[in-house]
Design a protein around this ligand. Structure first.
Ligand code: PEP
Ligand code: MG
Length: 588
């Protein structure tokens, strides 16, 4: 389809990152490197091994640099993608196999690495497990980088892009996306891909519109074609007419003025029109996220998932390393609060350093979170000492996950007391009045919330788990995902029970599950009396804007109404009608 043929054509894909862009196509279809299997000259094997090790180091340095840049630009969450790449480069089995193959076949190391990596990719690609299949992509991505280094071509991929273009590709790897300089890429379109692929998450983070799942658009387009990308609706218009451009121009204008309106209120406190205040906090997974979440108007950290410091690390982080991480966040957020949740390992989160051979039949009902910590008291106490020490430098609150009842809470507090005693002995300072709270995410804790409230300084409701345990719906099983209903009356009643128990003891209640960021459901939670919401930072501006422009009394009325209803779908419909009447004109 050359641009000399002018009719407008519309293609439909999956909307993956919002926004509209118009520009010229840059077709990014990298050719496979040709790697001939030339023999190594006699006696040259050791030099080949040396060269290989050197290139492994170089590639590692590049990935580390990329990871650092991505962490600074997009946050630690996105940067974690490259941990898997680093693991591949350190994989002794792959390295030794390559060297052995070179010695046995007599062919050059680049060729042998290519062969061995390809065997690994094929093996992983055929495993019947989505997580392991994803590893095939990691190996493909990083081995491509390594091969380019081995053949001496370092300027590959999108690093060559010099002017502003719409990138059209079969697929894009995280490395490719990380190479993208925001100013140079107007939008991304790919043949393959789903909404949740890493590359798309990164496109969203750098706020570049993206449409994926276009099947074979790379075959239909040529470099320089005129194209319009609609990342809201997942449409791609080739050779857009004046009329189309005008229509999209207006849409963009409207969206921009809405964004401006929303962002203009980001620094204000979250107060409804009739004066109710709500704290809007962010969930984080790493130590370097304070600046980023502040940009989104976070009024504190409502949930620091500390287990991510342990995942992918070759060994458990020491007390000192943990202390530095907690202190950094606390100092950067001060005087705003940072709720540090103690380790929630187990379930679907296992660090490499806790590699287990004994698999559990029901890991979400197994040795997870506080249970695991109460069985590994040294691991737990190390973390508690690190948190206590960091509490001097900021407004830290400590929170235990998966508390099922008062006994467990007492035992956790007993160990906390031991940790305090150990610091006292060494005359190390800590904040003796650091608040200590519990996540309420197991039905037994919710039902006994009145007892727990007397022993806690605050609660945070973890609806991700509370819903799975209350409704018996595995939170990661897509076959029953349609049964995971936050508007089930049992869920609403349970939240109400928790809030009432907490307020009777004058303690505050937060809600930190994913649904705390859903503008359709938020009015119900606030109507039920939840004091704080903690969500993914990028969702905060819209929620803040919405709350500043509606009345608490209306949310309360909605809640009273839905508490009388019995069907989850009907409750959702009522909430949606409220959203349409009071909210959608504000933020949609
Ligand atoms: C929850 O369960 O709602 C929660 C916030 O914790 P996580 O998602 O880490 O289990
Ligand atoms: Mg949880």
């Amino acid at each position: 389809m050359g641009s000399d043929i002018q009719p407008e054509q519309v293609f439909k894909g999956i909307a993956a990152s919002p926004g509209v862009a118009h520009g010229k196509v840059y077709l990014f279809v990298p050719k496979e490197l040709e790697i001939p299997g030339t023999p190594v000259e006699k006696g040259g094997e050791e030099r080949e091994v040396e060269r290989f090790e050197k290139k492994l180091m170089e590639t590692r340095q590049q990935v580390l640099k990329l990871q650092k840049e991505v962490a600074e630009r997009l946050g630690e969450d996105e940067a974690r993608i490259f941990d898997a790449h680093l693991l591949v480069l350190e994989d002794r089995a792959l390295i030794e196999e390559t060297i052995r193959e070179m010695r046995e076949s007599g062919r050059n190391i680049t060729y042998c690495f290519h062969q061995v990596a390809q065997r690994y990719i094929d093996a992983f690609a055929h495993i019947d497990d989505e997580y392991l299949r994803e590893r095939a992509n990691d190996i493909r991505d990083v081995s491509k980088r390594m091969l380019h280094n081995l053949v001496g071509d370092t300027q590959y991929g999108l690093a060559r892009l010099v002017s502003e273009r719409v990138i059209v590709a079969r697929d894009i790897s995280p490395s490719d996306t990380a190479n993208i300089e925001k100013g140079r890429v107007l939008a991304l379109i790919t043949d393959a891909g789903s909404k949740t692929s890493h590359a798309v998450i990164m496109a969203r983070s750098i706020q570049v519109p993206a449409v994926v799942g276009m099947r074979n658009i790379t075959k239909l387009l040529s470099n320089g074609d005129d194209i319009l990308v609609d990342g809201y609706d997942g449409q791609v218009v080739v050779n857009p007419s004046e009329k189309t451009l005008f229509r999209y121009g207006k849409l963009q204008e409207e969206k921009r003025s809405l964004e401006k309106k929303i962002l203009s209120q980001i620094r204000r406190t979250t107060k409804t029109r009739d004066g109710a205040t709500i704290s809007l906090m962010a969930n984080i997974e790493g130590a370097g996220e304070a600046e980023r979440i502040r940009r989104y108007g976070a009024e504190g950290v409502g949930l620091f998932r500390t287990e991510y410091l342990f995942l992918n690390a070759p060994e458990f982080p020491s007390e000192e390393e943990q202390y530095e991480a907690y202190k950094k966040v606390a100092e950067e957020m001060a005087p705003d609060p940072v709720i540090i949740r103690t380790l929630d390992l187990g379930g679907d989160k296992f660090p490499n350093s806790l590699y287990r051979t004994d698999t559990e039949a029901n890991p979400f009902l197994g040795l997870r979170a506080i249970r695991l910590c109460l069985e590994n008291t040294e691991l737990f106490k190390t973390q508690l000492r690190a948190i206590l020490r960091a509490s001097v430098g900021g407004n830290i609150k400590l929170m235990y996950p998966m508390i099922s009842g008062a006994g467990e809470l007492d035992r956790a507090n007993g160990i906390l007391q031991e940790a305090r005693g150990e610091l006292d002995q060494k005359k190390i300072a800590y904040d003796n009045s650091m608040p200590v709270g519990a996540m309420i995410e197991i039905p037994s804790a919710a039902v006994t919330a009145d007892i727990l409230a007397r022993k806690c300084d605050f609660f945070s409701i973890g609806t991700n788990d509370l819903i799975q345990y209350l409704l018996a719906i595995d939170r990661i099983n897509e076959r029953i995902a349609h049964l995971y209903e936050p508007t089930h009356p049992a869920v609403l009643r349970m939240i109400q029970t928790i809030v009432q128990a907490a307020h009777r003891e004058n303690i505050r209640v937060g809600l930190c599950g994913e649904i705390a960021g859903d503008p359709v459901l938020v009015p119900i939670f606030l109507g039920l009396g939840v004091d704080e919401l903690s969500i993914v930072a990028s969702g905060l501006p819209a929620i803040k804007y919405m709350l500043r422009n509606i009345d608490f009394a209306d949310m309360k009325e909605l809640t009273d109404e839905v508490l009388k209803q019995e069907d989850p779908k009907a409750i959702f419909a009522t909430a949606e009608a409220f959203y349409k009447k009071h909210v959608s004109h504000l933020i949609a």
